[in-house]
Structures are given as structure tokens and as C-alpha cells.
Design a protein around this ligand. Structure first.
Ligand SMILES: [Zn+2]
Length: 255
């Protein structure tokens, strides 16, 4: 199955954004059955992605000839989500059933259905991707210049570790993952973010919500609660191993 990534991988003159994905086979089912890989973890993701990407090429037909493991590390989260959705679609078809808890009345809405082939991607144009100025901010109080970035696979692993082990540093650690550069410093940690004035931190949090960091696939599903009738939105959790369960999927409802 052919997929167009909302971002793609820029390498030299070429943008590699066309992928042919395979379906899941027995080998990948073994990853999903491996508790060490999937329980409270996302160890199945790099394996499934690098196995299932059959080719990565540019619009002019130039093929990426590096290792797929490396390509997977360089693609941002919007592309990884798009690929996982395509792999599920290619394996079990476009219909996807899931459950979501209503944030208004806590009723579990069951047997909700979404067609994976109807999810809309919002691509990031190359000119915008190359324009670093839209990712650069000056903090109002400290006057430090900050460059922000989308998340990559290693950041997803890092954020899981943060949620598990560093609850006390949660906010600063998660923000640090979205910073490529702070002043001249390239490796930004939670400690660096902790040193920022509160006013700068607030400014940064607000900006991170509005700046468009990357192209995306819209996996927020609008649901009308079967009990209270109120509308809520729930995001398909494509990074969970449940997403590849043939009969059910899971979502994250913001509370
Ligand atoms: Zn409800």
C-alpha cells in the first residue's frame, strides 16, 4: 500500500515522502505478543515500522538507500502515526472499532467506528519545513533564543520514561523534548528548562500549543456520547500495541 507522508525525510536535495508499506505478518505478531516490548513500553514500534516499510522514495522516484531503521529514527511523529495507521489498514482493512470514555459522564462508549482511510493528513510544505524562523522564539524575560522542534521516535521513548519515573520533573522534561536549541546549547535537558523564569516557561508552553511543528494526520475522533449526548473528542492511540489488536483499539480522551 502506498502512503504519502505529511512531512517526509529531507536529505540533500530530495524529499523522501512516498512509502510503500507491507502488512503485518507472523514475525510482527511476535513483537506484539512480547510483553517486555509492549507493556508500558513502545518497543514494538521501531521493529514494526522498519520491517513494514518496503520502500521510501521521492516524488521523482529517487529511492532512499539507507537502512530503514535509520529512516524511522529521522521521521517525525506525524509521519510515524501516518505509517502505523496505514499498516493497520493494510493488515485488517479500513474499519477500526474502539471504545472511548465520555469526559462529561464517564460512560464508556463502545463499538465506535472510524474508517482509517478517511483520516485526513495535513502536509507541511517543504518551504515551510526549511523556514527555521517560524520555529525560533525569543523568551520575553531572559531574552534567550529558543528553537523548537517536532518529536521523533527517541522522544516518544523518553516521554514514556519521564511519565513512569520522573513525575516531579514532568512538565520541564516534556518541554525539553520539544527544544532543539536554547541559546547556543544544543542538548537541552529538564535541568535547563528548570532554570528558566516562570514567565518564560509560560510563554514557551503557550507557543508550543500554537506553532505548527510538523505535518500531521488528524486522528482526533469526534464522538457524541450515547448516554449524555454531549460531544467530545478522543485521539486514536496508534502508539499502543492495542492499536494492532484485530478486534479492538484504544484512544486517549483528554480529561
Ligand atoms: Zn457522556
Amino acid at each position: 500500500m502506498k502512503v504519502i507522508l505529511p512531512n517526509g525525510l529531507l536529505d540533500g536535495q530530495d524529499l523522501f515522502n512516498i512509502v510503500v508499506v507491507d502488512e503485518l505478518k507472523g514475525k510482527q505478531q511476535n513483537y506484539l505478543a512480547n510483553r517486555d516490548l509492549v507493556v508500558g513500553n513502545i518497543g514494538h514500534l521501531p521493529k514494526i515500522l522498519s520491517d513494514c516499510i518496503q520502500s521510501l522514495e521521492s516524488e521523482t522516484g529517487v529511492k532512499w538507500n539507507g537502512k530503514m531503521e535509520d529512516a524511522v529514527e529521522k521521521l517525525s511523529v506525524g509521519d510515524l502515526e501516518t505509517l502505523l495507521i496505514a499498516i493497520r489498514h493494510n493488515t485488517y482493512g479500513e474499519r477500526f472499532y474502539f471504545e472511548a470514555e465520555c469526559p462529561h459522564c464517564q460512560t464508556k462508549n463502545k463499538n465506535l467506528r472510524v474508517d482509517l482511510d478517511k483520516l485526513e493528513t495535513k502536509p507541511m510544505p517543504v518551504a515551510e519545513m526549511l523556514d527555521k524562523s517560524r520555529l525560533t522564539l525569543i523568551l520575553p524575560k531572559s531574552k534567550i533564543e529558543i528553537e523548537v522542534k517536532p518529536l521523533f521516535l527517541k522522544d516518544l521513548f523518553e516521554s514514556i520514561k519521564i511519565v513512569k519515573n520522573k513525575q516531579d520533573e514532568l512538565v520541564t522534561s516534556v518541554i525539553a523534548l520539544s527544544i532543539r536549541r536554547m541559546g547556543d546549547k544544543m542538548k537541552v535537558t529538564a535541568k535547563d528548562v528548570e532554570e528558566l523564569p516562570a514567565m518564560d516557561l509560560l510563554f514557551l508552553k503557550d507557543k508550543l500549543e500554537v506553532i505548527r511543528l510538523e505535518g500531521t494526520i488528524d486522528s482526533d475522533i469526534q464522538i457524541d456520547c450515547s448516554n449524555c449526548g454531549k460531544e467530545f473528542s478522543s485521539k486514536l492511540d496508534v502508539f499502543s500495541s492495542d492499536f494492532f489488536d484485530p478486534s479492538k483499539g484504544s484512544t486517549n480522551t483528554p480529561t
